[in-house]
Design a protein around this ligand. Structure first.
Ligand code: PRP
Ligand code: URA
Length: 209
């Protein structure tokens, strides 16, 4: 079974509270999502492999560390996932960015894929899929399936808020994929919205409501 890791760093929790607040407008919402994504990326990358190298400082040779593992790819689930990309890129600027376009059919809540563009060296990269909301889990599970079908092996899922239903669905479909959340909420409502959640992440990010 995959791991569920809720990142309870005080800065993440404080900023998430502001993100949830219905009075937070588009500009602040976007900035806060960007900041939380960066803080979450810091926590998620704790296990990146290092190697020892010699580096010449102005006064001597130091035995120092640098990243040695596989290259990284970030995959936002369009559209709301876009709001988390730049925050991650601030810490991992050399990462490539693939895109998966999925929307939830409002009647069936099933994900519909409308766009996929991945880096060509997909097999050589470790991936972080980003999306603010893990509700039924349908979108995240479909995005992971899509990446695996194209050759990706090592995938992590990073969302701001998850519902228990979504966590369960992803864990059952993809037991090899660890899930990182800033908060695990209570439940879904009858429209598939996370309770208490933050509302519609895409609409709040892009001001489309
Ligand atoms: C939202 C959200 C996730 C999905 C989660 O996207 O950003 O992608 O719903 O729901 P699920 O876990 O039940 O699949 P939405 O479909 O509203 O599209 P948008 O990003 O274009 O707003
Ligand atoms: N998508 C959202 O944007 N919000 C939810 O609560 C659930 C799915």
């Amino acid at each position: 079974m995959s791991n569920l890791i809720v990142l309870d760093h005080p800065l993440i929790q404080h900023k998430l509270t502001m993100i949830r607040d219905h009075r937070t407008g588009t500009k602040a919402f976007r900035e806060l999502v960007d900041e939380v994504a960066m803080l979450m990326a810091f926590e998620i990358t704790r296990d990146l492999a290092l190697e020892e190298v010699d580096v010449e400082t102005p006064v001597a040779t130091a035995k120092a560390k640098r990243l040695s593992g596989k290259k990284l790819g970030i995959v936002p689930i369009l559209r709301a996932g876009l709001g988390m990309v730049n925050g991650v890129l601030k810490l991992i600027p050399a990462a490539k960015v693939g895109h998966i376009g999925l929307y939830r059919d409002p009647q069936t809540l099933q994900p519909v894929e409308y766009y996929v563009k991945m880096p060509p060296d997909i097999k050589e990269r470790d991936f972080i899929i980003v999306d603010p909301m893990l509700a039924t889990g349908g979108s995240a599970a479909a995005a992971i399936t899509s990446l695996k079908q194209r050759g990706a092996v090592n995938i992590k899922l990073m969302c701001l808020i998850g519902a228990p239903e979504g966590v369960k669905a992803v864990q059952e479909a993809h037991p090899d994929v660890d899930i990182y959340l800033a908060a695990l909420d209570e439940k879904l409502n009858e429209h598939g919205y996370i309770i208490p959640g933050l509302g519609d992440a895409g609409d709040r990010l892009f001001g489309t409501k």
